[in-house]
Structure formats: structure tokens, C-alpha cells
Write a protein that binds this ligand. Structure first.
Ligand code: FMN
Length: 205
């Protein structure tokens, strides 16, 4: 083999190794920065209760719904129904009848409901509350990632709140509203609470 051929082969192999090294290193760096971004999104989320008039886009609403539906659920039953309320008079009625929900300036609300036709049987039926809570937190985190503001307003198990909401958004008997998530573009900028408390956990080794 000619020496020039050997040099070309050696250079080609070296180039291949260099490309593989660059690709794997940048993939690791990307994984690291993605993890930082995800953890930071969790740690900086905080409830927002005051919003501007700017509406949400259909794409933002779909992203929020996709995030909710991506939540884990017991036996993957997905026993949920999401009701998106954009109608201002209905939002106002919800705000008026549920004062603690602080919905009055929200441009959108997602009512997270348990769908009792899709639950597990027996005592496991109550897992719908876990499932819908997981979906709710996913929506809150997605809203924060989209630079929207949101707050979780509890409905179930308060029977008065459940009945009021059922009437306002015309829910069937098989749907139970767990919570209302008020959403909009933030008109306030509260500091996220530092909730780290060493007394709130223990380790079994
Ligand atoms: C089950 C549940 C019910 C809640 N209900 C209400 C409510 O009715 N009105 C409200 O303003 N906030 C409500 N919140 C929001 C809490 O007040 C808020 O998450 C808490 O104060 C912690 O603050 P942070 O969300 O900024 O971390 C509720 C939250 C949860 C998880």
C-alpha cells in the first residue's frame, strides 16, 4: 500500500473518532441542560392569580391539554375529562360563585374532571383523584414553561363547589370536577416559595 493511502486511511479513522466524540459529548451536554431546565421549571413555578387581557392561542391550549393527558394514571385508565372555558361570561360566573378561586381576570380556565365511566372498580375507584391531580400538576408546569400564569383552585370534595360548577359548565352525573385551573398571561410576578423542609422527609436505609 502506498504511504499516501495509509495517511488518508489514518486521517479518515481519526476524523470518524472525532465526529463520534463531538456527537456524544454534545448529546450529554444537551441532556444536562434539559435536566436543569426541567428542574428549574418545577422549582420556579408559583401560583399566579392576576392576568392580562391577552388571550391564549389554540396552540398553547393544546400544549396544556397534551401535558395533562401525558400524566400517569392508575392502570393507565386516564379517567379524566378536561373542559376548556374561554367564554368570558361563564368565567365570570365561575369566579362569582367560587370567590376563592380568584378566577375573575383569567382569560381561560381548564376544569379537570374525573370521568367515573373510566375509573377502576371498588376502592381503587378513588385513584381518579390521584390521576386527575397528576394531570393538573402537569398542566401547571406546562403553563409555567410557556410563561403563562396559572393557579389550581380546588373543587372536589367540597359538595357545594361541585354542585355550583356542575351547573355552570353543564357536566354529566358521571363527571366530577376536581379543580379549576385559572390561566392567563401573568400580571403579577410573585417570588416562588422556598418549601424545602428537612422535617418533611425521612430516609430508610
Ligand atoms: C388542592 C388544592 C386546592 C387549592 N385551592 C385553591 C383555591 O381555592 N384558591 C386559591 O387561590 N388557590 C388554591 N390553591 C393554590 C394554593 O393556595 C397554592 O398552591 C399554595 O398556596 C402554594 O403556593 P404556590 O402554588 O405558589 O407554590 C389550591 C392548591 C391545591 C393543591
Amino acid at each position: 500500500m502506498k504511504s499516501s493511502t495509509i495517511i488518508i486511511v489514518v486521517l479518515a479513522v481519526a476524523l470518524l473518532f472525532a465526529v463520534i466524540k463531538i456527537l456524544t459529548t454534545s448529546k450529554q451536554a444537551l441532556a444536562g441542560s434539559n435536566a436543569d431546565a426541567v428542574i428549574s421549571n418545577i422549582m420556579t413555578r408559583t401560583s399566579i392569580r392576576s392576568y392580562t387581557d391577552e388571550p391564549l392561542t389554540d396552540s398553547q391550549i393544546e400544549t396544556l391539554l397534551r401535558a395533562g393527558m401525558a400524566a400517569p394514571s392508575a392502570v393507565n385508565k386516564q379517567p379524566w375529562k378536561f373542559v376548556v372555558v374561554k367564554n368570558k361570561p361563564i368565567l365570570q360566573q365561575i369566579a362569582d360563585s367560587l370567590p376563592n378561586t380568584r378566577l375573575s381576570s383569567a382569560v381561560c380556565a381548564i376544569v379537570v374532571c374525573g370521568d367515573m365511566t373510566k375509573t377502576l372498580d371498588g376502592v381503587a375507584r378513588e385513584f381518579w383523584i390521584h390521576d386527575c391531580s397528576a394531570a393538573t400538576e402537569n398542566i401547571l408546569l406546562a403553563a409555567h414553561a410557556l410563561e403563562l400564569g396559572a393557579v389550581w383552585a380546588g373543587i372536589f370534595p367540597n359538595p357545594d363547589r361541585v354542585d355550583k360548577l356542575r351547573g355552570l359548565i353543564d357536566l354529566s352525573e358521571t363527571q366530577i370536577p376536581l379543580c379549576v385551573i385559572a390561566i392567563g398571561h401573568p400580571a403579577e410576578n410573585p417570588t416562588p416559595k422556598d418549601k424545602w423542609n428537612q422535617e418533611n422527609y425521612r430516609v430508610i436505609e
